[in-house]
Ligand binder design. Structure first.
Ligand code: NAD
Length: 427
């Protein structure tokens, strides 16, 4: 029964669109929330959604306008936290869902944050570096009225990186007459960035994968891994799996799909991808067609590109025993059911890719205290937080006989709604 129907006038979600998927995921958790379920309506409404016009002067002297967003889904447990995405398909509904998944993720990890997300509908590959800087600075000024070190702290997501975070930090600092290192995370190291942040999301994917594999009695040594998305998250996760003895046998990114049953050699692959901007044309292995990626013979599948990639059809063909959701929202709810029925274990995004926001939290804490930790300290603390959170979720799943996703939502929504209840309604 769908008890959580969309009641918002400004988006029209479908069963497979991001906000629709999120609502369905929340719906599944209601039976496990007890008394707190009476506050659940709060989960299906973003607290605040800001749409901004971002006009910039292009290098040829013309002016172009881009549409930008910052959505604060829920701030019950702390300031907003979540990345900024630059992509031609960014829209309000997608940003709302990504912000909501951040609320759930931060609560599942017990980080003292609410959930937020931002983005600009733009193809950054079409912009020069100077245009990208102007775009970032104007966007930061426009959303400056709702972000801040104690309000809402952006971070990198698809097509954004430490340089873009540096421009955001500088713009916010100029506008407020401060040096506000804590306003964004994922910054360069000498601007208050944290060691280990760049690879933290991929590391978290690896840590959850290692723990899940142990429970499945799946030996990582020799395990075959297929990765969709070979950017920040996918490449870092793949590298760690390879270092643990696994073979990366298939990679798909926006440029194409390549397969290599013996496993790719990272020492050659990484520089190639950096030089060419994608995996297409890499000399090792073979090129494959886009759809065949989902038929890859492998033990572990890592979707680490965009949302909505695993539909019912693909879920029926996946051969892996373990799916590690590096991406946010890669699996449709009905595809989730197919994977569950087929005995394929899914470690959900809200735990699996939480390594990035966990080290972002470390970065924020380090910025406030102006005291910086070593990379070993960062990685050890990250490992412990992820392992503890996953154990808690697993116990909940065993207790209620539910999937890890529903269990993660149960743990998280319980915390969010308890905070909501304890704070009470203002005024
Ligand atoms: P990125 O921009 O570094 O990389 C994105 C990758 O996806 C690229 O390799 C790109 O080629 C590929 N891609 C894009 N469209 C594709 C398509 N249609 N088919 C196949 N591949 C495609 O982005 P990222 O930071 O690695 O983010 C990837 C995913 O991980 C997103 O869902 C993001 O929300 C999520 N995530 C990122 C972080 C982070 O810290 N960066 C944290 C948590 C979750």
């Amino acid at each position: 029964m769908n008890t959580l129907m969309n009641t918002l006038s400004y988006v029209q979600p479908t069963t497979t669109s991001p906000w629709g998927v999120y609502l369905a995921q929340v719906d599944r958790v209601l039976p496990y929330l007890g008394e707190l379920a009476r506050w659940a309506e709060t989960l299906k409404r973003p607290k605040r959604a800001l749409i901004v016009d971002v006009p910039i002067e292009m290098d040829d002297g013309t002016v172009q306008h881009f549409e930008g967003y910052r959505v604060q889904h829920n701030l019950s447990r702390g300031p907003g936290k979540g990345g900024v995405r630059y992509h031609p398909q960014v829209n309000l509904e997608e940003v709302m869902a990504l912000a909501a998944w951040m609320t759930v993720k931060n609560a599942a990890l017990n980080l003292p944050y609410g959930g937020a997300k931002g983005g600009i509908r733009v193809d950054p590959k079409q912009l020069s570096l100077k245009e990208l800087e102007r775009l970032t600075r104007r966007y930061t000024s426009e959303i400056g009225i709702i972000i801040g070190p104690n309000q809402d702290i952006p971070a990198p997501d698809v097509n954004t990186n430490p340089q873009i975070m540096a421009w955001m930090m500088d713009t916010y600092s100029m506008n407020t007459g401060t040096t506000a290192t804590g306003v964004v995370t994922g910054k360069p190291i000498h601007l208050g960035g944290s060691l280990g942040r760049v690879k933290a999301t991929g590391r978290g994917v690896f840590v959850t994968g290692r723990e899940a594999a142990r429970r499945l009695h799946l030996d990582l040594n020799g395990a075959r891994v297929a990765v969709q998305g070979f950017g920040n998250v996918g490449s870092a996760a793949a590298e760690l799996f390879q270092q643990a003895g696994a073979k990366i046998v298939a990679i798909q990114d926006h440029s194409g799909t390549i397969t290599h049953p013996k496993g790719f050699d990272f020492a050659e692959l990484m520089p190639y991808v950096q030089r060419h901007g994608g995996v297409q044309g890499f000399a090792q292995g073979e090129a494959a067609d886009h759809e065949s990626f989902w038929d890859t013979d492998c033990e572990i599948l890592i979707p680490a590109a965009l949302e909505g990639q695993i539909n019912v059809d693909r879920a029926g063909r996946i051969k892996a025993r373990l799916v590690l959701e590096g991406a946010n929202g890669p699996t449709h709810p009905d595809a989730d059911d197919v994977l569950h029925e087929r005995g394929i274990l899914v470690v959900p995004d809200v735990i699996c890719n939480a390594g990035g926001v966990t080290v972002s939290y470390f970065e924020w804490v380090q910025d406030f205290s102006s005291f910086f930790w070593t990379e070993d300290e960062i990685n050890l603390r990250l490992d412990k937080i992820i392992v503890d959170a996953l154990r808690r979720v697993w116990d909940t799943a065993d207790h209620h006989h539910i999937t890890l996703r529903t269990a993660a939502f149960t743990v998280a929504c319980g915390r969010i709604l308890a905070a909501r209840q304890e704070r009470g309604l203002y005024p």
